[in-house]
Design a protein around this ligand. Structure first.
Ligand code: TRP
Length: 335
């Protein structure tokens, strides 16, 4: 990683669970590349977190490589940022264990994601699912992160990580830097194309409701053509027009235009023309990413080198924090 001591440290991670959607891209991944200007960035592929729900082993391996490729295709530059796979760096699981011993059971029981997932995966409510936020705290605290770019769904987990750090520092002073949440300025919230009251999600059973980042042009255009809108005709934002509001937001994010500009551009035109334009604009944004993704997936030697170099560098940084923690809590140090 190219380290600039004047820049703050940003840490973020993504689970290798299926191809991200257009919503994941416009809401998060797109900002990851931009953050490299402002921060020393650290990005992990959280494969240990993925194990908290059942995975097909061969599929998980494939998705992990795909996640690395996609991160690079989205503009994360491994020579500028630290990019690695969580399970390649053993300090994460080790710090998580220590932090477990300073995290009250009651605090973890209040995590809404645990409650939700215990319902959606009722046949497999395992200890890892319960402990998930502690591993996440370890991820962040190992690297002295100043900021953590997150969406709303991870806010409570970050709050817990902050509590863990503050409590630990209260007993053993000056060990952890307490991270701040970082909400990117223009993170778009993309809604389902079939039910615009719901967030776009790759776990939606209807594939027409979301655009995958790796969909081809025809598929993207077709999904936008079928997007659910209201019975109106004018391309204008408005109450009760969730479908059109969503398409306008997507078009703005894809072209860098404002909603006013979009309304002017489509004055006198109908929903059909507009849907086609949104589909094409999105396809134009995703096409170069998919091309670069395909190229990288064909270059396994390069991907393995990125992973190995990333893991090396991550281990170097995180070992310093882990050693300090082991010493503070009284684990015997030998040379
Ligand atoms: N739990 C996060 C998610 O599913 C992924 C994650 C793991 C993460 N460790 C992290 C995010 C540390 C931010 C910081 O989105």
């Amino acid at each position: 990683m190219e380290e600039n001591i004047l820049k703050k440290i940003s840490f973020s991670a993504i689970q290798p669970s299926g191809t991200p959607t257009l919503g994941n891209y416009l809401g998060a991944l797109k900002n990851w590349a931009a953050l490299q200007e402002e921060f020393n960035c650290i990005y992990a592929i959280a494969d240990l977190h993925a194990l908290t729900v059942r995975q097909e082993p061969a599929e998980l391996r494939k998705r992990t490589l795909a996640a690395i490729s996609l991160a690079i295709a989205c503009g994360i530059d491994p020579s500028r940022s630290l990019l690695f796979v969580q399970s390649h760096v053993h300090t994460h699981a080790e710090l998580a264990w220590i932090l477990n011993c300073w995290t009250p059971f009651g605090e973890l029981s209040r995590m809404t994601q645990f409650k939700d997932k215990s319902q959606s995966h009722a046949d497999n409510v395992n200890a890892g699912l319960f402990d998930y936020p502690v591993l996440m705290a370890a991820d962040i605290l190992l690297y002295n992160a100043d900021v953590v770019p997150i969406g709303n769904d991870q806010k409570q987990h970050l709050e817990l990580a902050r509590n863990i750090a503050v409590r630990f520092n209260g007993i053993f002073p000056d060990v952890f830097r307490v991270p701040e949440p970082y909400m990117p300025k223009q993170g778009a919230r993309v809604m389902s194309l079939q039910d615009p009251a719901k967030k776009m999600s790759k776990s939606d059973p209807n594939p027409n409701s979301y655009v995958s980042m790796l969909d081809d042009r025809d598929t993207i255009v077709r999904k936008f053509k079928r997007a659910v809108t209201d019975s109106g005709a004018e391309v204008r934002r408005g109450e009760g027009k969730d479908g059109i509001n969503n398409l306008i937001d997507i078009y703005c994010a894809a072209c860098g235009k404002t909603p006013d500009e979009v309304e002017r551009e489509f004055a006198g035109k109908g929903y059909g023309d507009f849907k086609l334009a949104v589909g094409e604009a999105v396809a134009d944004v995703l096409a170069p990413i998919k091309a670069e993704f395909d190229r990288l997936m064909g270059d396994k030697a390069y991907l393995e080198k990125v992973c190995a170099d990333g893991a090396d560098a991550a281990l170097g940084v995180s070992s310093r924090t882990l050693r300090k923690v082991y010493k503070k809590v009284g684990l015997l140090q030998i040379k």
